[in-house]
Design a protein around this ligand. Structure first.
Ligand code: SAH
Length: 343
């Protein structure tokens, strides 16, 4: 398999080019082109032709890591890129530009093995992990599509980031590196369905990235019905791990809670959620269910959403709720939640 130039850490080019007998300053020149981003090695005009040829011979074409196959609107002002990978597989990247900031929602895997009941990605099944380069290339494609560098990156597209831990964390490092994309770590959010060992590992990484945990229910019975992962790592263990994460990193965890009508949206559910989160430094982001064809649940009425939020706020749980700007969204996953970053 031909590797992608984006699979390498920006800092590792110095060594690679030294092995090739290139002058030391070439690495910085190359890295600057790579994350400019630039369409091809041939366009790197200040590099010697011999070096450009060698790069072309050893690595995929720069747009070959993730080629834009199709581009559409997922919702008002939201762009969805369908990207074709070198082996023919496809992933989706969503770009949400607003006046103040531009957020890109990246995928971490082709498909997903976790089968959350309401999520369209689970229905696709799992095919493979994405590489560091394939994740980074999504942000670069988004930049080319909107003509500006994204300010925020959220791992809320297809896949479970912690089931592809090493490549995801490596991608975060490139996204964050000053000679990579230079996106502040606090503007990069990793969202997990509750893979406890991933949360534990991230705590020791020394990264300032944001952690989101998809909670979606206040009791094990309800959560296991929505999210099979809960049988492996039930709530008590998940919440204890989040508490330990905040203790170790001094970072606040965001809990995502998708509200499903008459399933997890009652005052009793709100009360149970407050009890579950008692004493934890966290915030809750409420997401109205985005109906999908494989799941019979419905979106609660706005009054229920507001009532649920008010209950949490009254109990001093910092809670946000963002409702969709418009219908007609063909979302593959939880894109409604992204309103929180832009509402
Ligand atoms: N696997 C990761 C990240 C990808 S999904 C995770 O589970 O966190 C991103 C978010 O969208 C998750 O919170 C997920 O539960 C949510 N989501 C998926 N499908 C949804 C739907 N139909 N409606 C609302 N939120 C959904």
């Amino acid at each position: 398999m031909i590797p992608s130039a984006y699979d390498l850490a920006p800092d590792s080019w110095a060594e690679r080019l030294a092995e090739w007998g290139e002058k030391p300053f070439r690495a910085a020149q190359l890295v600057q082109w790579l994350y400019a981003p630039t369409a091809s090695f041939a366009a790197m005009s200040n590099l010697p032709a011999s070096l450009r040829d060698r790069l072309s011979a050893e690595f995929l074409d720069l747009d070959g890591t993730a080629k834009v196959e199709d581009e559409g609107m997922a919702d008002v002002g939201t762009r969805k890129l369908l990207l074709r990978l070198h082996d023919g597989q496809c992933v989706e990247t969503v770009v949400i530009p607003s006046r103040e900031r531009r957020t890109v929602c990246v995928s971490s895997q082709v498909g997903c093995a976790f089968h959350c009941a309401f999520c369209a990605s689970g229905a696709m099944g799992f095919t493979r992990n994405l590489s560091r380069g394939e994740i980074v290339a999504q942000a670069l494609r988004a930049e080319i599509a909107i003509g500006r560098r994204p300010d925020n990156v959220v791992f809320m597209g297809i896949g479970e980031p912690f089931a592809n831990y090493d490549e995801v964390v490596a991608a975060v490092r490139t996204l964050n590196a000053p000679n990579g994309l230079g996106i502040g770590a606090r503007r990069i959010t990793i969202s997990t369905c509750g893979v406890v060992p991933g949360i534990q590992r991230l705590a020791g990484e020394g990264l300032q990235a944001e952690l989101s945990v998809s909670l979606h229910a206040p009791t094990d019975a309800q959560r296991s019905e929505l999210m099979p992962v809960n049988r492996r790592w039930p709530l008590e263990q998940l919440i204890a791990t989040c508490a330990e994460y905040t203790r170790q990193t001094d970072r606040i965890v965001t809990f995502e809670y998708t509200l499903v009508r008459d399933f997890n949206d009652s005052p009793a559910d709100a009360r149970a959620l407050v009890r579950l989160l008692r004493g934890l430094k966290c915030r809750v982001n409420l997401i109205p269910l985005n109906p999908t064809e494989h799941f019979p649940g419905q979106t609660p009425p706005l009054s229920t959403l507001r009532g649920f939020q008010a209950f949490l706020q009254d109990a001093h749980v910092n809670t946000t709720l963002r409702v969709s700007r418009g219908g007609g969204m063909d979302a593959a996953c939880g894109q409604l939640r992204l309103r929180r970053l832009h509402g």
